[in-house]
Design a protein around this ligand. Structure first.
Ligand code: ATP
Length: 683
């Protein structure tokens, strides 16, 4: 603190920043100086405690390039103790984490605390008791500017925030960043919605779906820390390139324990080496397969023809076949998992034996029932009538044996559909079979029919529009007792089974009651570019509202026709031109044209990266196959030959959707180069 308090408001804020930094340092030193030798009992508790302490020290690190606070709220009235995280004052600094001084009074409040909420939600029509909202601007680690809104002042009118604009325009280098400083009211409603409810967000490209999903996890972990630490949280994305792009957002928000996976990784019971035709993939992804599998799993259940005779000591106890059959029929009628019912069968037979023992004058207890359940005669009945099922072997048989499939699929799949589902060559063993991605999902379903899949506390499912009904089921069983955040854009669905309606998708997920929210304000793509791309909407997703953009950037779109033999040279020139600007550049091309363009870039001495490799100030050009562009963004995009992007897909609508994805990746400028005609919508 300076000796004489300054009257310069900016300096006062800088002083508060400096004081908060030293308070944070003191908090860290406090933790570092903890001596656990006296408090720990065993070696194990010592290790656990030490790990917790180290995690806490890491969480209290002061990151030089992330400002400790980005906003301040001045309330008209004092806030209740409970809401203010212990601070009884009227003014709060909002940041990524809570910082308190030596007396325990807050210097910075966590953005997720209730008292911070008006920073995101208060408006002139609903000031929420906020007199002044202040946003801070930073250059490097230095606090250099602030912007005020006097929400309760009727004389003041709304002006666009220059700091928000600057934040959005900041060049993209490196992985995705957090947006805590500028979450918008409609986004905040999703971020802070209740943990018990599943929410589905339909949003045009760049409306912040991914950002909102990640911030929602951070918020839920704050609001329900214990519960979610126990049950776990998971973010699901379309591929590893995407997951590495987003992987640093949550750690930057102090959340280090959120798992990430693709759907394929979730269902990795078998090694995937084969590929399906689109028709086979569509059928295998169809929800009707769940019924086929259910029947397959239960197909081995038979009724006994012989009684079960249990010998104990000198006596023999006999459960007649009809009684065994009754037990089996009763268990079949219940919707318990196959494996659990199998365990129950042994117990039920043992119970029947016990009843006979009692009738015979004995007084057996529970231990006797357990022993009888393990008796070889009982086990033999279980093995015969309710055989153990190996899910992978079962699916292998289903996809290899036409008669078995016909038996299980009768009345569910037509004979032609059954033919399409069968492998072209029967599989010999689980290890050697050419499993496809869709097959792995079937194995996952079968596994769950045998034994319940454990549920997590919360799952974020990004780019959800690309999942098949069977994939939704696979994700759904991982959040049966938890909730989900489903994010997607129907216009960007590029799989043969892409979602046509969110209510259908949510039904397959097992969350039919979920709310569907729509985001339409785009933060990535400039107006001119989004308007151009939106011309495809009537063809690819009629009924969806086109996105607007928060930014008008005249000159951000260039569409140029070039002669075919000039095309590669024009692409190289456009990349060079884009690289003259600050930030990242993506060259997006049809997958088939990527090798050729890679060679051309190398020959021209232009170094480039693949998606998933982090861009840095030195390496700013990424060569992106159109199939991997989803979810990613670059400051400048050069799009090579739209006709080839369309031709790379099995049908025109999917081709146009792939093109829509490619057209919506640019933050500052998009250059489209084509030798072949553009699709009619873009002419
Ligand atoms: N409130 C915000 N403030 C600043 N930047 C934002 C905000 N919301 C979103 N953004 C930025 O806009 C860009 C697009 O966001 P995001 O990737 O989450 O969109 P999306 O809807 O998932 O897009 P897509 O459909 O293409 O996957 C990101 O750079 C993100 O940081």
């Amino acid at each position: 603190m300076p000796a004489t308090p300054t009257t310069d408001p900016l300096q006062r804020e800088r002083d508060h920043l400096a004081a908060s930094r030293s308070a944070l340092r003191a908090m860290r030193e406090d933790v570092q100086s903890l001596d656990i030798r006296d408090v720990t009992g065993t070696w194990v508790t010592a290790v656990v405690l030490q790990n917790q302490i180290e995690a806490r020290i890491a969480a209290l690190a002061d990151l030089a390039d992330t400002p400790l606070f980005f906003g301040r709220l001045d309330y008209l009235h004092a806030i209740s103790e409970e809401l203010s995280e212990g601070g009884g004052g009227e003014s709060f600094y909002i940041g990524r984490r809570h910082v308190h001084d030596a007396d325990g009074d807050p210097m910075v409040i966590d953005w997720r605390a209730p008292v911070s909420q008006p920073f995101y939600r208060a408006s002139r029509t609903d000031p929420q008791d906020v007199e002044r909202r202040r946003r801070f601007g930073y250059t490097g680690g230095e606090l250099t500017a602030y912007e005020d809104e006097h929400l309760s002042d009727p004389e003041e009118s709304d002006t666009a925030s220059a700091l928000l604009a600057a934040e959005i325009e900041k060049p993209r280098v490196g992985p995705m960043r957090d947006i805590v400083a500028t979450i918008q009211p409609e986004q905040d409603e999703i971020v802070r919605s209740d943990v018990t409810g599943t929410i589905c967000v339909q949003g045009a490209p760049g409306t912040g779906k991914t950002a909102v999903g990640l911030h929602r996890v951070a918020y839920l972990l704050y609001a329900h820390r214990e519960r979610l630490a126990r049950t776990g949280t998971l973010v699901i994305g379309p591929n590893n390139a995407f997951l590495s792009y987003i992987e640093q957002v949550l750690p930057a928000l102090g959340e280090l324990d959120v798992a990430q996976a693709t759907v394929q990784q979730l269902v990795g019971h078998v090694e995937v080496r084969g590929e399906d035709t689109p028709q086979a993939a569509r059928l295998k992804g169809d929800a009707r397969m769940a019924e086929v599998l259910r029947r397959a799993v239960r197909s081995g259940i038979t009724l006994p023809t012989e009684p079960c005779v249990v010998v104990r000591g000198s006596r023999r106890w006999r459960v007649p076949a009809y009684e065994l059959a009754e037990i089996i029929e009763e268990l079949k009628g219940r919707e318990t998992r196959y494996g659990a019912a199998r365990d129950a069968l042994a117990q039920r037979i043992a119970h029947a034996v016990l009843v006979k023992m009692e009738q015979g004058g004995e007084a057996p207890d529970d231990r006797v029932q357990d022993a009888v359940a393990r008796n070889s005669a009982v086990k033999a009945v279980v093995k015969e009538c309710w055989p153990a099922v190996d899910p992978a072997k079962l699916v292998l048989r289903l996809l290899s044996d036409p008669e078995f499939l016909a038996g299980c699929a009768e009345g569910v799949l037509t004979p032609e559909e059954q033919q399409a589902v069968l492998w072209p060559k029967p599989g010999r063993s689980v290890k050697t079979a050419r499993w496809t991605q869709a097959d792995a999902v079937l194995v996952d379903e079968a596994t769950d029919l045998v034994q319940r899949t454990p549920s997590l506390g919360h799952v974020v499912l990004d780019e959800a529009q690309d999942l098949s009904p069977m994939q939704y089921r696979a994700v759904g069983r991982r959040c049966t007792t938890g909730s989900a955040t489903v994010l997607g854009d129907l216009a960007q669905g590029t799989t043969p089974w892409a979602t046509a309606s969110w209510p259908d998708a949510l039904r397959h997920l097992g969350k039919p009651e979920a709310h569907v929210e729509e985001l339409t304000k785009g933060f990535r793509v400039p107006e001119e570019v989004i308007a151009y791309a939106s011309r495809l909407l009537p063809a690819i997703a009629p009924g969806l509202a086109p996105a607007t953009s928060v930014r008008d950037a005249p000159g951000s779109l260039t569409v140029r026709r070039v002669a075919e033999d000039e095309r590669t040279r024009a692409v190289l020139a456009a990349c060079r031109e884009a690289l003259e600007h600050e930030g990242s550049t993506g060259l997006i091309a049809a997958d088939a044209r990527v090798p050729l363009l890679g060679e051309a870039l190398a020959a021209a001495g232009l170094p480039y990266l693949s998606p998933g490799t982090e861009t840095s100030a030195e390496a700013r050009l990424t060569l992106v196959p159109a199939s991997l562009a989803k979810g990613l963004e670059y400051d400048y995009v050069v799009l090579d030959e739209p006709a080839a992007v369309i031709a790379g897909e099995p049908d025109e609508r999917t081709g146009l959707r792939r093109l829509y994805v490619a057209l919506t990746r640019a933050v500052s400028g998009l250059t489209v180069l084509h030798a072949e005609p553009l699709p009619e919508q873009l002419r």
